[in-house]
Design a protein around this ligand. Structure first.
Ligand code: ATP
Ligand code: MG
Length: 366
């Protein structure tokens, strides 16, 4: 799949601009704060209707505009498709594909992307949230139902957290607490099944990439971690639900005391090990980068295996963060699909990739 053309009207610092991308590598370069990441962000939005930088559409609409638009021509599933995303400050966005109204989660039928940015280099060492995000972004693109479930779960989580924070001032809030706990347990049970399956596939794919990459006979492994009372994350949603309820009952008082949700899929993590030792605790700087890159490249392969098409790869500022050997590995691995790379120093990288060079200057592209 590939994005052939994108028109941005009142999107971030793009007032009115159209760009045509090459089917292979595209190097987006220019000095700081010109609109390189904004352009990548607009392509990312074609896959899921939301940004990787903000939850608020109003931040995406150009300053002084009441509406922003991303209009794109993409080639995927053997045909030309037109995606139109209208963003209106304070209102719901309006998405159409070939003129037909779609929800944000349905966009993954048309476009899949894998984003790789400097934050991802911390995938191993940071808190569990980044690793959950890795799973969430990837699974949402393969299973639209997952994205809906996640939204539902997040709403329940926010609501329950508010109850746990405010119940002392307003004890009547406790009347609905168990209802929210139950809703979270049900949604968690389903999320857990999806995540366990994805983690297992990641564990089948990433170690081989890592072996080739590290060249040192180090063995990467990825194991899914969830609510401690869940005996088998591959069991039926019903069985998992009962296991979660057990945890919920045991922690009800602790939740009231701590004002935090202690039971649910919001605490999931991936236990990543290198040669049998926790990478989070023991891996060196270089080892964590190699492992993070392997996970990301595995994500791309899994998406391709699932949809039959190579997802669009978005590399934001990541090459400059890598040493020459790792840069080489990434550049050798990215063939076969469309890639958009942003960087500040253009000449060298564009020469090495042989890609199309797009020069960005104050929201204009040359
Ligand atoms: P860097 O190399 O530093 O990463 P960049 O080219 O990736 O720079 P972007 O993140 O794309 O820069 O941002 C470019 C500019 O867009 C910034 O100056 C930012 O202030 C501006 N900008 C962000 N949001 C909006 C908006 N809603 N309307 C107008 N301009 C915006
Ligand atoms: Mg940037």
């Amino acid at each position: 799949m590939r994005v052939e053309k994108i028109a941005l009207n009142g999107f971030r610092n793009y007032e009115w601009e159209t760009v045509e991308f090459a089917p292979g590598t595209n190097v987006i370069c220019g000095p700081n704060a010109q609109g390189k990441t904004n352009l990548l962000e607009s392509v990312y939005m074609l896959s899921c209707g939301r940004s990787f930088r903000t939850r608020f559409d109003r931040e995406l609409v150009g300053f002084g505009y009441s509406e922003g638009q991303i209009l794109a021509e993409v080639f995927s599933r053997d045909r030309q498709q037109t995606i139109d995303i209208r963003l209106r400050a304070g209102l719901a966005k309006r998405i159409t594909v070939n003129g037909v109204r779609k929800t944000a989660s349905e966009l993954s039928d048309a476009v899949n992307v894998v984003l790789f940015c400097p934050d991802d280099l911390n995938l191993i060492k940071e808190g569990a949230a980044v690793r959950r995000r890795l799973m969430d972004n990837a699974i949402s693109q393969i299973r639209p139902r997952y994205a809906e479930l996640l939204t539902e779960f997040n709403k329940l989580y926010e609501h329950k957290t508010r109850i746990l924070k405010d119940w002392r001032e307003k004890p009547s809030l406790l009347d609905t607490l168990d209802e929210f706990s139950d809703g979270m347990a049900r949604a968690s049970a389903q999320l857990i099944r999806y995540r366990a399956a994805y983690a297992a596939r990641l564990n089948q794919t990433a170690p081989a990439i890592h072996r080739e990459f590290s060249g040192k006979g180090e063995e990467l492994s990825i194991a899914y971690q969830t609510v401690s009372t869940v005996r088998d994350p591959f069991a039926s949603a019903k069985e998992i639900y009962y296991d979660i309820c057990e945890h919920q009952e045991a922690h009800r008082q602790a939740e009231l005391d701590s004002a935090q949700c202690l039971t649910g899929a919001h605490k999931d993590d991936l236990d990543i090990q290198i040669s049998g030792r926790s990478a989070r605790s023991f891996a060196s700087q270089g080892q964590t980068r190699t492992a993070a890159l392997s996970l990301k490249l595995a994500e791309r392969e899994l998406l391709q295996a699932e949809s039959g098409e190579m997802p669009v790869l978005l590399l934001d500022d990541v090459l400059s963060e890598l040493d020459a050997r790792r840069q080489e590995f990434v550049l050798n691995r990215i063939g076969g699909g469309q890639t958009l790379i942003t960087c500040c120093e253009d000449v060298e990288i564009s020469k090495r990739t042989g890609g199309k060079v797009l020069l960005v200057e104050k929201g204009k592209i040359r």
